[in-house]
Design a protein. Structure first.
Length: 320
């Protein structure tokens, strides 16, 4: 083997060791999502599955539409009979089943879309108070097809309740001592995240084993949990004195997520690879979707590793 070839081999193996060495830190690479043909600044990303498929919404021609983004190929999602307020896709599971909500001539309904076939979701509710109309919104779905969202009357947040829909059987979710509960994400273990009101403050929550755990980003005025993956990592957004920011909660350790150059960021969904989707503003009311992909910051290979590679290369030379 020639000396130059040996040197190249040493560098190649050393590079491989550097890549496979445990990462010392993590960051994110951001990709902007804008649906082709959409009104500029009207794209929002709501959910992502383990195949990297993304769902969300955009405006075009005065109507809101849902979308499915599969590797940069966009498919429009419109519930038949939806009005001008249109269709919003919010969640997708690993089977490609999509949930969201749409508005018709009377109110807002949740929906489940499987292979182009739509099923309307209306949570059972008592008759609404005078002058109010019942609504249902679906936000998340897991591999088993369990769906979470909220329902209520009119537009008053205090009148809303979270729900879990398991095969058409609904369970109401209300954080004890709070009001205006909304369930926004569910993982394959059935862990649910969302938010609720407490006086004038919004808090996030994790619902697991029949118990609610409050989530508050340190220093925040308000916190909302939007999505959870199978590792229990939670994403959402918080508001502090500087504005609106996304967050990643890993076992109670919070990482702020701000799209570079944005005026505000909301993280809506996370998959098992820690890919995060959401929405950011690049100016007043100019919205874009985003995909944040983890990037490992890899340390240099250790001297011992390089020494070992050198010994291997030296043996090759002697044999030659």
């Amino acid at each position: 083997m020639r000396p130059k070839t040996i040197l190249a081999a040493i560098m190649a193996v050393g590079g491989l060791l550097a890549v496979t060495h445990p990462a010392s830190a993590a960051a994110f690479a951001f990709t902007t999502i804008d649906v082709p043909g959409a009104v500029p600044g009207s794209t929002q990303a709501g959910g992502i599955n383990n195949s990297g498929q993304i769902v969300g919404s955009f405006d075009a021609g005065g109507t809101t539409h849902g979308f499915l983004d599969t590797g940069g190929s966009f498919t429009t999602i419109d519930v038949p009979g939806a009005s001008g307020a249109g269709t919003v896709a919010s969640g997708i599971n690993d089977a490609g089943q999509v949930v969201g909500h749409f508005q018709d001539s009377t109110t807002t309904h949740g929906f489940l879309e499987i292979g182009g076939s739509f099923t309307t979701i209306n949570a059972p509710a008592p008759p609404p108070p005078p002058g109010k109309v019942a609504f249902t919104v679906a936000y998340g779905i897991n591999r088993a097809g369990q769906i979470v969202g909220n329902f209520g009357f009119g537009t008053n947040q205090a009148d809303s309740h979270g729900f879990l829909d398991t095969g058409g059987s609904f369970s109401q979710l209300d954080v004890p001592g709070g009001f205006g509960t909304a369930a926004r994400g569910i993982n394959d273990a059935g862990q649910i995240v969302g938010d609720f009101q407490d006086g004038t403050t919004m808090h996030g929550f994790l619902y697991v084993g029949g118990s609610f755990i409050t989530i508050d980003v340190p220093g925040a005025r308000s916190t909302s949990a939007q999505g959870i993956n199978d590792a229990g990592q939670i994403v959402g957004f918080f508001i502090d004195s500087t504005g609106n920011h996304g967050f990643l909660d890993t076992g109670g350790s919070f990482t702020t997520i701000d799209v570079p150059g944005s005026s505000f960021t909301i993280a809506n969904g996370i998959n098992d690879a820690r890919q995060i989707v959401g929405t950011f503003e690049s100016g007043f009311a100019v919205e874009h979707g985003f995909l944040a992909t983890p990037v490992s910051m890899v340390p240099e290979p250790s001297s011992l590793a390089l020494f070992s590679v050198g010994l291997i290369a030296l043996r090759i030379v002697r044999r030659r």
